[in-house]
Structure formats: structure tokens, C-alpha cells
Design a protein around this ligand. Structure first.
Ligand code: MN
Length: 735
């Protein structure tokens, strides 16, 4: 049984600054909780976590990974829970153990879906910490090495899973050594007979193959020395059983027909040009097979693999492959991501480490994508790929539906983005959201792992405000689309009313104009518009004056004759009248949709209060927006005089309450807030919100939001606040 001291020795050698104490504590903890458990082999269970952490130490990973290796099965297989792990070992290790436990959890899906699901979990776990996958691979490697104690069915099932998922992941991550071992072990356990047959055949040829390799590597060594090419090692190897078997099966060959049973590898010192020099030496020594040369140094593979590959025809007429790479390239070819990470890390300061891990994570994600794609064709995995492809680069957040489906969103996304990511219908009718069972505001930023339940109400509509706290383009497009649809419908309605009003003025029957599709269409065409609704919308948007439409309908002569405003009113004033009524809600008011819509037409910038001087502005797409006359925006709007309309407050309007924010500047003394709120309450005025703070120049700043009916009411409130002792000034705040 491997000893913890052997592992610690490795870690100390590879990373002298490691926290060895942590590893010892993890060991004690694991030993305590796995006590009495046995593996299928009959050995104490502790052997497994020890071996896994030894593999991790062998990969030269950090003390956190090695410790997690010791603890990886504790939550899954003992009574220990995550909180206990957190208490003893902190957040980092807890997160890793949690990730591993989640991967281990086998779901009740069909076999095909399970595979997609597993890869999905790996990708997901990795977004938290790539070490999860490295530890998982070490775990699987040790389980594969010790499989002989399981029954054949279980061996076959686990081997198949290893071939389908873990070996490809190792390959994708460039971990050549782990991949080869996983593949050969799977082959051996899944197809024991064929494995045996093939190994017997290879063993029979081994002396001959070894002799050939000896000769080849000898010639290479000699020639490189002769040409002063610096190299570290010349390797000769016989093709691995699994890849040989695959080749025989795929090409329907016998073993004697395989030309690349043996291969040589040159490992040069760390200078790229040595590889090319070595290549020229090889091509000088033996004749290269045309078209079989590959330069993976100039163009590295996705998984960062770099090497030169060439096939040459040997002295005996048999061809074989020669691979040429530097020492560093070799390390990356064997260890992949792990080597890359370590290499990066050693070059970066501690504060930059996170950035390098992030970059690594992105690389890994990119590598795993094609794997997810090839997994299967189920709808779910397609959705997943689709969502992964949205954007590879921003840091992402993974959240879940209550059914466990993964929704990937850019960081900063809210439940509304989530709702639209599920389905546009869900987004459109979203009225609330629960995260982990608790109702949250819709602007809440989603966190990795959140389980989000979207509450919907049929017929509910998106809100324009949502645009302020969504970040996905899908949600934005959908909400914008909805707003413009709604605006258009509203504009058509406003346009129709304005035109009816104008028609009344000229005593034109609605039937003759508004119900006359052909006539409306003709006029619309004159404006370059297609359909009657387009014309009405244009009137509603304030782009086309209803009066001009009537003029086109009646013809110049008749128009002049019937014009009631001919002498007394300008075009501008006729607009004013219509709008006055529009705002006024009098009996002949042009009502669009009732009082709610009028409220939204109040300008947000100055939020005019009943009784204040106001002015209207026909805005594109928003109907008529009413501003306070003193609003600074109005000055700018004045440039476009045609759109400015006079408006006034209607007389017979119902009592309407409006919120207004006031800022009182006071002396900095106790009781100011109470004094002010009392003064407001005394005149029976509602207070929505109040808070106090102290300014830099030691003044009290008290903000209150009050509910008032009109300007008179407001003035009264202001003057009573002014009378509170200690109050220096009171002003109304915009919006
Ligand atoms: Mn395990």
C-alpha cells in the first residue's frame, strides 16, 4: 500500500512551497472516515484515495488538488457532508469535492442522454475549476487499473464509458499518457479475447520489432551527433494495442499489413529550429513518404499538441514514422493541460494566476465543445451546444431550470435573460422569479449553480424597464420587438382618433374617409406609405399632420372652403387644440387607453405635477410627452417647433396622487428627520420613503418622497417643512 509520505515527497520535490500540512490533514480526515470500508479487492478503501492523489502528485498538480484527491470520495461514500468539509478545509477544496460528487451522481436518463449529460457536467464543473476534471481523470484511471476485482458486466460498462467519455476528454485536453492508458485498459476489459489475441501476436514479433527499433534509433543518434543537432532523447516504441486494433478493424488489415507497427521519436532541446534541423537529417538518412509529412509545430493542434511527423522508408523497405519535438512540446504532448497550466503558472506572479486559470478554462471549454457536439443528436444536447456557442469568451454563468436543464448565460444576466433563454413566450409573460425557492427581484444577477424558477402570468406583457437590466441580445431583441409592436398598435389607435377628430372638424363623415380603405390607401401612397395602417401610425407618431391628410382627401379647393380654422388658427394651433383635449379627459376628450397611458406620457425627466406649467411634445413613438415648462430638456425640444403643443391640466380629472421627491438641507443635529416627517404628517400627506445622511460640509441631507395631488398641495408641504427649526432649504428633485 502506498504511503502518504511517498506522495508528500513527490509534492515537495515538484513544488517546494506547498502546504504539506494541508495534505496531512486531508489524509487524516480521509483515513478516519473511510475507516472500515473495503474495496472490491478486499484492501482498505483508503488505498483508492491515496492512489488517486499519488497520480495527481505525479501530474505535478498543487497541494489543493492532491488533498482533494484524498477527500474526493468522502462526501459520496461516507456520512460526511459538504459543510463539514468546508469547516475543515475551506471553500476551495469544498468546491472541488462538490464538483466531483456532482459528476459521480448518475442520473436516470437513457444511455445516450447520460453520455451527453456526463460531458455537460464535466464542462460545468470545469467552469468552476478545471482541476475537477483532472482529479476525475485520476480517479477513473485508478479505478481502471484495479478493475480485475469487479464482475465482467460491470467491467464492460465502466470500460465502455471510459472509451466514450474519459479517454476522449483526456485526448482533448492533450493528456496523451492518461489517454493511452485509459484506452488500453478499456480495450483489455471490454474485449478480453481480442486483446489477448493481439497481444500474443505482438509478443511473437517483439524480438524482431525491438531489434528493428534498436537499429533505427542507433542510426538516428549517430546522424544527429554527426550533424551536431542537440537532442535529449531518442525513443523507439511499438504501436499501442488499442490504436493498432482500431486500425486493423477500420482498414480490415492483418497485422503484417500494418506499416507503422513501430515508430521513433526524437526529443530535442528546447529550441524549435532543432526540430527542423533534425527533420532534414532524417530526410537525408531515409527517403520520406510523400504527403505523410505533418508540421504540427507551425500549426499546433487544438489541444496544444506540437510535433513534426514524417514517415520514411527504412533500410529494409518497411516504412515507419518519426516524430520530432522539443522537450517542452513533449511534456505538453504527454501531460496536456496539466503541463500547460503548471508551465504558465511558473511564469506568472500569484495575482496573475487567476487570469491564467481563466484563459486555461476557455481553452478547455473550446476543446470540449466538439466532443459535446459529437455526443448525440438529442434535442437537449443541441440546445446545450447552441447555448455554449453563443459566446465562447465572456465569463459565463450556468444556471439550472427546476428540471435540471443547464442554461448558460453571460455573467451579469438576470432572471429575465434566463426566462428568454428558455423560450420567448416564457420571457414575454414573466412576472417574477424564484432562485433556490425564494422570490427575488427580476434585476437579481444570476450566480453559477442557481436553480431558477420563472413565474409567468398569461397575457402579461414585457416591460420597457426590463431593458435596463438584461444583458443578452436575445432578451433585448425580443423586448424591443414587443415594445415597437405595442407602440405601433398604440400609434395606429392615436392616429385614428386624431384623424377622426380632424374629420369631424371638416364635417367629413368617418365612413367616407376612415372606413374607406381605398381612399386611405391612396393617400398613404402619396406619402410613400404602403397600407392605411401605416398612414394612421404615421399620424400617431406625429410625423404626418391629420389636417394635411384631410386636405389630400378633400382637394385644395374644398379644403379651403370647409376649413373652420381658416382665418383664426394656424396649423400649429389646431394641433394644440386636439392635444389639449387629448390630455384633458373632458367629455370630448380623445382617450387612447385611459388614465394609465396618460401617466406614462408624463416626461420622466421632470415628472410634471398637476398645477405646474406644462408643455407637450409630440415625440416619435411615444405619443405626446408632457414636460414641466421649466424642464431643461424642453429648451432643446423647442428647436422642433412643429412638435411643441400647448397643453393644460384638465379640470374635471379625478383626484390623482403623484409621488414627488424633496431634498431638505438642514443643520446637522438630532431629530431633524423626525421633525420633518411630523410636519408632513400634520398636513395629512403620505410619505413613501425618507432617509437622512450628512453631507461633506456637515449639513444634514434629508430625502423624502411624498404623495401629493397637485402643485398647491406640494407648495403647502414645502412651506411647512421650511418652518421646521433647523431646516435651511427645501427643493424638489427631478424624477
Ligand atoms: Mn473515487
Amino acid at each position: 500500500m502506498i504511503r502518504i509520505e511517498d506522495i508528500i515527497e513527490k509534492v515537495e520535490k515538484n513544488r517546494p512551497d506547498s502546504n504539506i500540512e494541508l495534505i496531512r490533514r486531508a489524509y487524516m480526515f480521509s483515513a478516519l472516515h473511510h475507516k472500515g470500508q473495503k474495496r472490491a479487492s478486499g484492501e482498505p478503501y483508503l488505498v483508492h484515495p491515496l492512489e488517486v492523489s499519488d497520480i495527481l502528485a505525479e501530474m505535478r498538480l498543487d497541494e489543493v488538488s492532491v488533498s482533494t484527491g484524498l477527500l474526493h470520495d468522502v462526501v459520496e461514500d461516507t456520512l460526511v457532508d459538504l459543510e463539514t468539509i468546508r469547516n475543515y478545509f475551506g471553500d476551495e477544496i469544498t468546491q472541488l469535492v462538490d464538483g466531483l460528487t456532482k459528476i459521480a451522481h448518475i442520473s436516470n436518463l437513457s444511455k445516450e442522454k447520460q453520455q451527453a449529460e456526463n460531458i455537460r457536467k464535466m464542462v460545468l464543473a470545469m467552469t468552476t475549476d478545471v482541476r475537477v476534471v483532472l482529479i476525475k481523470l485520476a480517479d477513473r484511471l485508478h479505478n481502471m487499473r484495479t478493475m480485475q476485482f469487479l464482475n465482467p458486466e460491470k467491467r464492460a460498462r465502466i470500460s465502455q464509458e471510459t472509451l466514450d467519455i474519459y479517454a476522449p476528454i483526456a485526448h482533448r485536453l492533450g493528456m496523451g499518457k492518461v489517454r493511452s492508458e485509459l484506452e488500453d485498459l478499456s480495450f483489455q476489459n471490454l474485449y478480453p479475447q481480442e486483446y489477448k489475441k493481439l497481444s500474443v501476436e505482438i509478443e511473437a514479433r517483439r524480438p524482431e520489432l525491438e531489434a528493428a527499433l534498436e537499429k533505427i534509433t542507433g542510426s538516428i543518434r549517430e546522424k544527429l551527433d554527426e550533424n551536431d543537432v542537440p537532442f535529449v532523447e531518442i525513443q523507439g516504441r511499438v504501436k499501442r494495442l488499442y490504436s493498432l486494433w482500431k486500425k486493423l478493424k477500420k482498414r480490415k488489415l492483418t497485422i503484417d499489413q500494418v506499416y507503422d507497427l513501430i515508430a521513433a521519436r526524437i526529443i530535442t532541446t528546447n529550441e524549435k529550429k532543432n526540430c527542423y534541423v533534425a527533420l532534414s537529417v532524417i530526410h537525408d538518412l531515409w527517403t520520406p513518404v510523400p504527403e505523410r509529412f505533418k508540421d504540427w509545430i507551425a500549426i499546433p493542434r487544438d489541444n496544444l499538441y506540437q510535433s513534426l511527423h514524417t514517415s520514411v522508408i527504412g533500410d529494409s523497405g518497411q516504412s515507419f514514422e518519426v516524430q520530432i519535438r522539443t522537450e517542452e512540446m513533449h511534456q505538453i504532448a504527454e501531460e496536456g493541460v496539466a503541463a500547460h497550466w503548471k508551465y504558465k503558472e511558473s511564469k506568472l506572479g500569484k495575482q496573475e494566476e487567476d487570469a491564467s486559470l481563466d484563459e486555461l478554462r476557455r481553452t478547455v471549454e473550446k476543446l470540449l465543445l466538439p466532443l459535446v457536439e459529437s455526443t448525440n443528436e438529442t434535442q437537449d444536447s443541441e440546445d446545450f451546444i447552441e447555448s455554449l456557442k453563443l459566446d465562447l469568451y465572456p465569463k459565463d454563468v450556468y444556471a439550472f431550470t427546476p428540471m435540471g436543464k443547464v442554461i448558460q448565460l453571460p455573467r451579469g444576466s438576470t432572471p429575465i435573460d434566463f426566462a428568454y433563454a428558455i423560450h420567448s413566450e416564457v420571457g414575454d409573460t414573466c412576472t417574477g422569479a424564484k432562485i433556490k425557492g425564494r422570490i427575488v427581484p427580476l434585476r437579481t444577477e444570476l450566480q453559477n449553480g442557481d436553480v431558477v424558477e420563472i413565474l409567468t402570468t398569461p397575457n402579461s406583457k414585457p416591460s420597457r424597464d426590463w431593458l435596463n437590466y438584461i444583458i443578452t441580445s436575445r432578451a433585448r431583441n425580443r423586448i424591443r420587438h414587443w415594445i415597437s409592436e405595442a407602440q405601433r398598435a398604440e400609434s395606429i389607435e392615436i392616429g385614428r382618433k386624431l384623424l377622426e377628430k380632424e374629420a369631424d372638424k371638416f364635417h367629413v363623415a368617418h365612413k367616407k374617409l376612415l372606413n374607406n380603405e381605398n381612399e386611405l390607401k391612396r393617400i398613404a401612397n402619396e406619402y410613400g406609405l404602403g397600407r392605411p395602417e401605416d398612414l394612421l401610425a404615421s399620424i400617431g407618431y406625429g410625423k404626418t399632420l391629420p389636417r394635411n391628410v384631410i386636405a389630400k382627401f378633400l382637394g385644395t379647393e374644398k379644403f379651403a372652403e370647409l376649413d373652420p380654422d381658416k382665418k383664426k388658427e394656424t396649423k400649429f394651433q389646431s394641433g394644440v387644440k386636439a392635444v389639449k383635449k387629448f390630455i384633458g379627459l373632458g367629455e370630448d376628450t380623445i382617450i387612447v387607453k385611459g388614465i394609465d397611458n396618460l401617466l406614462t406620457a408624463r416626461a420622466r425627466c421632470c415628472n410634471p405635477l398637476r398645477g405646474e406649467d406644462i408643455v407637450g411634445y409630440i415625440s416619435l413613438g411615444k405619443g405626446i410627452v408632457v414636460h414641466n415648462k421649466r424642464c431643461k430638456n424642453v429648451q432643446q425640444l423647442m428647436i422642433n417647433k412643429d412638435r411643441i403643443v400647448e397643453v393644460e391640466w384638465a379640470k374635471n380629472e379625478k383626484e390623482e396622487i403623484q409621488s414627488v421627491r424633496l431634498l431638505a438641507t438642514t443643520e446637522n443635529r438630532m431629530g431633524m428627520l423626525a421633525g420633518i416627517t411630523n410636519a408632513i404628517a400634520e398636513i395629512k400627506t403620505g410619505i413613501r420613503d425618507a432617509n437622512a445622511k450628512v453631507s461633506k460640509d456637515d449639513r444634514g441631507l434629508i430625502e423624502v418622497t411624498i404623495e401629493v395631488f397637485d402643485k398647491k398641495h406640494l407648495d403647502k408641504v414645502i412651506s411647512s417643512i421650511e418652518q421646521v427649526p433647523g431646516v435651511i432649504a427645501v427643493e424638489r428633485m427631478n424624477s
